[in-house]
Ligand binder design. Structure first.
Ligand SMILES: Cc1ncc(COP(=O)(O)O)c(C=O)c1O
Length: 408
C-alpha cells in the first residue's frame, strides 16, 4: 500500500480529462486513467503483431470453426481471459471461475433476462428506480414469455433501509419469479440494502438479478454475502477498466442455464466457453480490467483511501449544499457511497426537460459536466465524487447554479 495521494484536481494529469473543464459525472461515463489506456495500447500492439496468435490461441481455448483453440508455445492452451477474471475476482469476494466478462451491465442483465425461464402469467419485479435500459429489457423478455413486469415504487427521499425492504416485500406476489434490484440506485445514488431485499425475495422463492453497474470500485462488494442469484456489474465506471468492460456472476446452480445473448462456438460447452467467445471482438478492455483495479492500489493509495475521499466529498457536499439552498437533507449516511444525489432549489424548474436544459447549460456555458436528474419531477444533482474531484469543483458548480437562480 502506498501513501495516499492528495486527492482532487492535482490528480487530473493521471487522466486525459480536460483541465479547463469540471468533470463531475464519473458515474455516468467513467474516465479511464492514462496508465490503463497505456496498458491497453500495449496489448493492442501485441495483438496487432500477430492477430491470429493472440485472438485464437492466447485469449481463450475455445476453438473456432469446430477446432479446439490452439496451444501456446509450451503446448498448453492460453487462458488470458480467465487470468483477468481471476485478478478481478478478489475485489468482488469471488474466484475467477465465478465470473464471466460481458460488454457492459446492460449485456449482462440481458443475458440473465433472456435465459431465465419465465412462463405465461409469471411476474418480474422491477422498481420505479430500475435503470431504464434494464427495465425495458425486463419488459421485452417478459413479454416474449407471456409474463408481466410489475413495478414497485421505492420511497424517496428520506426512506431508511427498512422502508425500502418493506416496499420490495410488499410487491412480491405468488407469481413473482424474478426481482431486478439495484446495488447502487442509478438516480437516487443510494447504496441499497440489497442483501436484506434479496433475503425477502429468497424467502418467497424469488430469484434476484442484482444490478451492480455503479458498485465495483465505488463501494465494497462481496457478492456471496448478498444472497442474490445473478450479479451484473460494470468495471468501466468506478473500477477504471477501459470501455467497455463488465462482469456477470451467477450462483453455481444457475450457470448451466445461463447463456449470453450471442451464441457462438462455445455453445453447449459450459458457461465459460459460452461467454468467453461471442465472436471476434476486442478483448483488451477485459484483459485490462486488472490494470484498472491495480491503478486504485498503485496510484490512489488503495481502495480504503479512495473510498474515504469519495464518500467524504459526497457526504460533505450534500450537507453543505442543502444548507446553502435551505433544503432538507434526509439521506442516511450509510446509504451514501461514492455518489450522492442532492436536491436542487425548486426555482430551477422541474421535469426532464428542465433537467436537460440545466445540464446542457452547465456544459455549454460553463464547461461543467454534472448529472442533473428529474426524480419524481423535482431536480436533483447526482454528484459523482471521484479521486480527481474536490470541494472546489463542487463550489464551482454551486456558484454557477446560484448565478442562474439570480437570473444570470
Ligand atoms: C443501474 C444501472 N444499470 C445499468 C446501467 C447500464 O450500464 P451500461 O450502459 O454500461 O450497460 C447503468 C448505467 O449508468 C446504470 O446506472
Amino acid at each position: 500500500m502506498h501513501t495516499p495521494p492528495r486527492f482532487g484536481r492535482s490528480l487530473l494529469p493521471l487522466w486525459s480529462l480536460d483541465p479547463a473543464a469540471t468533470y463531475l459525472n464519473h458515474g455516468t461515463v467513467g474516465a479511464t486513467p492514462l496508465a490503463v489506456l497505456a496498458a491497453q495500447a500495449a496489448l493492442r500492439d501485441e495483438i496487432e503483431r500477430h492477430p491470429a496468435r493472440m485472438l485464437l490461441r492466447e485469449i481463450t481455448p475455445i476453438g473456432v470453426q469446430g477446432q479446439p483453440g490452439g496451444a501456446g508455445p509450451d503446448g498448453r492452451p492460453r487462458q488470458r481471459l480467465r487470468a483477468a477474471a481471476a485478478a478481478v475476482a478478489p475485489w468482488l469476494g469471488v474466484t475467477g471461475d465465478d465470473l464471466v466478462f460481458v460488454a457492459n451491465a446492460t449485456t449482462g442483465a440481458n443475458a440473465v433476462l433472456s435465459s431465465f425461464r419465465l412462463a405465461a402469467g409469471d411476474e418480474v419485479l422491477v422498481t420505479n428506480r430500475t435503470y431504464g435500459g434494464v427495465a425495458r429489457a425486463a419488459a421485452h423478455h417478459a413479454a416474449r414469455a407471456g409474463a408481466t413486469v410489475c413495478t414497485t415504487a421505492l420511497p424517496f427521499p428520506g426512506a431508511d433501509a427498512a422502508a425500502l425492504v418493506a416496499a420490495v416485500e410488499a410487491a412480491l406476489t405468488p407469481r413473482t419469479r424474478l426481482a431486478v434490484l439495484d446495488h447502487v440506485s442509478p438516480e437516487t445514488a443510494l447504496l441499497m440494502p440489497l442483501a436484506e431485499m434479496a433475503a425477502v425475495c429468497r424467502a418467497r422463492g424469488v430469484a434476484v438479478l442484482a444490478d451492480g453497474a455503479h458498485a465495483p470500485g465505488a463501494v465494497p462488494v462481496d457478492i456471496p454475502s448478498l444472497g442474490v442469484d445473478f450479479y451484473a456489474a460494470n468495471l468501466h465506471k468506478w473500477a477504471f477498466a477501459p470501455r467497455s468492460c463488465a462482469v456477470l456472476w451467477a450462483a453455481p446452480a444457475r450457470r448451466d442455464d445461463l447463456h449470453p445473448t450471442v451464441t457462438s462456438w462455445g455453445s453447449g460447452l459450459g458457461w465459460h466457453a459460452e461467454f468467453d467467445w461471442v465472436g471476434t471482438s476486442d478483448p483488451t478492455p477485459y484483459l485490462c480490467a486488472p490494470a484498472g483495479l491495480a491503478f486504485i492500489d498503485e496510484a490512489l493509495g488503495g481502495r480504503e483511501a479512495l473510498w474515504a475521499h469519495n464518500h467524504g466529498l459526497a457526504w460533505r457536499s450534500a450537507e453543505r449544499l442543502c444548507e446553502r439552498w435551505n433544503l432538507p437533507w434526509l439521506t442516511p449516511r450509510r446509504m451514501v457511497g461514492s455518489m450522492v444525489s442532492v436536491p436542487l432549489p425548486p426555482a430551477l424548474g422541474h421535469g426532464a426537460a428542465a433537467a436537460t436544459a440545466l445540464k446542457d447549460w452547465l456544459l455549454f456555458e460553463h464547461s461543467i459536466e454534472a448529472q442533473i436528474l428529474a426524480i419524481d419531477e423535482a431536480l436533483w444533482w447526482r454528484i459523482s465524487a471521484q479521486a480527481y474531484n474536490d470541494d472546489e469543483d463542487i463550489e464551482r458548480v454551486a456558484s454557477v447554479i446560484d448565478s442562474r437562480l439570480r437570473g444570470g
